[in-house]
Design a protein around this ligand. Sequence first.
Ligand code: NDP
Length: 329
Amino acid sequence: MATTITVTGAGGQIGYALLFRIAAGDMLGPDEKVRLRLLEIPQGVKAAEGAALELEDGAFELLESVDVTDDAEVGFDGCNLALLVGARPRGPGMERGDLLAANAGIFGPQGAAIAARAASDVRVTVVGNPANTNALIASASADGVPADRFSALTRLDENRARAQLAATLETPVAAVRRVTIWGNHSATQFPDVSHATVYGRPVLDALAERVEDVQDWLEGTFIPRVAKRGAEIIEVRGSSSVASAANAAIEHTRDWVRGSTEWTSAAVVSHGEYGVPQGLMSSFPVRAVDGRWEIVEGLAVDDWARARIEASVAELIEERDAVRELGVL
Ligand code: NDP
C-alpha cells in the first residue's frame, strides 16, 4: 500500500524543494511507495501543476500518483501524512493579530478537512509560520483527531545549532547530539546545549577549551546566530531559506514515522511538561517511538535556561490568546 502525502503550498519554494525528495524516497525510505496530493490556493495551482509535470518527468519509481487541487477536502482525502507548508506571510505593516487571523483562515479549515477526510493514522507536520500556533489552530479545528497527531517544525533550528557547534568545535556535525530547541519557532526560541554531547562528551566541556567565556559565547554569539540565521540567509542569498527548511521537514517527518533512537526537537502539544502550559504547541526535546513523539522528561533546567524557556513560552501564550480573541480556539 502506498502512503498518501498531502503537501500544502506545493507550488511555493519549499514545496518545490520537498516534492522531489519525497518522490525519491528520502522521507519514507527506498521501499515505500507514495502518492502525492498537491494542495494550493487558486493562484498557486499553476505552479503546483508545473511541479507535477516535472515529477512525472522524474520517472520516480516510488511515485504512484500526483494530484493537484485547490479543494482541501479533496487534498486531504485518505491522507496519511500532511505537510502544511502554505501560509500567509507577514506583509508590510501587518500587525501580528492580522497575521494570526489570516493564518487562522487557512489552518482552521485545513484542520477541519483533515478531520473529515484524512486516514485514521494521519500525522501532520506544520512548516508554515507562525508554525507553532498554526499547528495549534489546525489541531483545535480537527475534531476527533488526537492533538499528538500535529507537530510543528523546529528541526531546522536544531540543525542550525548543531552545525554552528560543529564548526566551532571543528568536528563533524554527526558527532554533535542532543541539542534542544525550546519554545516557539521564532526569534525567542531557546537553543539549549546544556545536555548536548560531542562524541559522547558534554559540549559545554568541549566549548570551554575553545572559547574564552562559554556563557558569553552562548548569549552573545551562538544563540543570536541560530535565532537570526533565517535573516542571515535572506541577506546573503537574497531570499529566504528553502532547501534547508525542506530538508528539516523531511527529517522531522521521517523520524516521526520511522522512529528516532537519539532525541531531536519538535513542537508538540504540552501536557504540562517542564512547566509549559497544557495544550500549547511548544518545542521540546523529543524521541519518536512507535509513530508518536515522546517528550524527553527529567532533564535538569537551571535558572538561566528556565528564564529563556519561559520567555519563549510567554510568546506562545500571547499568540494563543490572540487567536482565542478571534474566537478560533
Ligand atoms: P515558501 O515555500 O518559501 O514558505 C512557505 C512557508 O514556510 C512560509 O510560511 C514560511 O514562513 C515557512 N517557513 C518555515 N520555516 C522556514 C524557513 N526556515 N525558511 C523559509 N520559510 C520557512 O513560500 P512561497 O511564498 O514560495 O510559497 C508559499 C505557497 O503557499 C504559495 O504557492 C501559496 O500559493 C501557497 N499557499 C497555499 C495555501 C493553501 O494551500 N491553502 C495557503 C497559503 C499559501 P515565513 O513566511 O515566515 O518565511
